[in-house]
Design a protein around this ligand. Sequence first.
Ligand code: NDP
Length: 688
Amino acid sequence: MRLIERTFNGAKGFDMRRREPEDRRDQLLHAALATLSETGIEAFTLAAVARRADVSPALIVHYFQDRDSLVEAVFRMLVERVTTRPLRALEADAAPEARLRAFVLEHLNPGELSSEASRAWLSFWGLALHVPALARLQRVHQERMISNLKHVLRSLVQPHEVNRLAETIGALIDGFWLRTALSSGWKAEAQIPVDWIFDLIDREIAHARLPAGARATRAVDTSFKTINPATGEALATIRIDGQAEIDKAVAKAAAAQRDWARTTGAERGRILNRAAQLLVEQNERLARLETQDTGKPIQETIAVDVLSGADCIEYFAGLARTIAGEHHDLGPGAFGYTRREPLGVVAGIGAWNYPIQIACWKSAPALACGNAMIFKPAELTPLTAIELERIYRDAGLPDGLFQVVQGKAETGQMLSRHPGIAKISLTGEVGTGKKVMADAAATLKLVTLELGGKSALIVFEDANLDEAVSGALLANFYSAGEVCTNGTRVFVHRSIRDAFLAKLKARTEAMIIGDPLDPKTQMGALISQDHMQRVLHYIELGKQQGATLLTGGQRFMTGACAHGAFVAPTIFTDCTDDMAIVREEIFGPVMSVLTFDDEDEVVARSNATDLGLAAGIFTQDLTRAHRVIAALEAGTCWINTYNITPIELPFGGNKQSGLGRENGTAAIAFFTQLKSVYVAMERIDAPY
Ligand code: NDP
């Protein structure tokens, strides 16, 4: 692979010394591919290939006989190259929908869609019209792709829809290839068709999905395994809850909630306080479990994940007895008051990056306000929510008030659509937020949505440089970059760019990546192999689109990390606002550094996104700090630090990053409803 990149980058010669025959044949094929993409088919001669490979034409004849055979061999190599990774994606141990998406993504991998590879494809597509041997290869390649698509679609949609959908997706992939080739390579806009294919898959599968009973009864449909992403080892098999289990949980929760709503805030607070205490006592064991389930380093989970959850429960335990309505004086004849009442049964759906913290952030205010909560953790991190359920029970929480259900998106959807559930609080991607909101609309549920971000961190010229570098590192590499609020667009004033980058590079390269259970490890694994591929895909896009790689840029496989989902902390410089790595949430250790010249410009560029979760600035100028923060369109902001989220401060996003707020006293409003009461103190003055 490395050699292919070198040829594509224009290296002229190949070192043909000491090559074994197979190796040599491969080298000649790569030289032929590079020649073909550079000169086109017209000028493609054995002599040109020989010149590029720095060998005699006779050697090429020795291996390939003539030009046509060489062209055919190059085509075979290219076909094999573009099909290997998609096939591997199809064979992965994952749900059919995930395998289908990975298959599409691998076909449209920008590494393979480099302008050189695409140009070579274009030559072949033209030639296949006239050369029967190439036409046959082309046909087999396309038929194989359709047959692979059909195979995976059979376990997703009704039989009569399989062919139509496979042909459509196949045609879109081919068309997309062709368009990319004709427009000389991958550009930022090229992501749009990929998203479009994914939307089509979602729509069509939702429309033509197999009825539940007819779906293939693979183990993956009734249970799933949770994997330690640092080692690949399976940690547990989890049973998936279906409609019957959800109905049962809702009924049990509703029965328990009626009594819970009648207990005093003080009593609710006492139980929550005991739960917080148990979490603190069991911190070490729970942190270890969280590290195994998420791949995050133990030095983070032991200091933050469990303890911040306990902190949250303790905070809402204190608030429980303060929940109150208002009194309104309406003159001598009447007064009014409001009651803050619980909503009833509410549901929480969690993301995989802070599993136990998210479960606490959702359940603590819900329970403090007198609700029952049914919580679904992300499929990738199901373990610590089960522990939290046990801890609440041990703390004396009546049965049914906090129940964990397990499953994938379908289980989440059953919660969003359930008529017995009054509210959904989701932490997840923007796309999931939209789906949950649409599903909740059918029963007019309330929703709180904590969604994705692409936040800006601005470093002004007067910033304390070491502090700003610390902020940028925390804002990008903590939890291997899997933090929703991360400041992944780091805007640095042009005058301090070089000094900033020098410090940033040195400190990034000194980071310790390794076994997450080793207390010295500073950066652990990403959540899964699939997610790692997605992050690497964005890194490839960054390279393709012209960003300069300052450090990192590849999978990290040293020592204990050989089999895990590790990616080296990666920094791109010379980024521009239109690059995919600058526009889209990557959710991995990839920082984009951009430069700016003045305040208005950087504010406008920071706000030029549909997302608005967070933002941070580094400056010594207090007036500017508050002026800029006021102008930034983000729900959660920091001055001279980054990613600190104390429980006292409301947390949430603006624009498409979310609706509603978690934490702080603000959260109470999102887990209660108001009842207004008018009290008459005089006789009724009836005119009839
Ligand atoms: P997803 O949106 O993929 O999943 C979130 C949860 O929703 C999971 O439990 C998932 O189940 C479930 N789910 C998926 N589809 C549906 C559906 N149609 N109906 C109901 N539930 C559904 O997010 P990730 O887990 O991948 O988490 C990463 C994302 O979360 C990032 O975008 C990140 O920015 C965001 N996030 C936001 C935070 C915030 O507070 N603003 C904090 C942390 C993360 P399953 O996993 O089983 O498929």
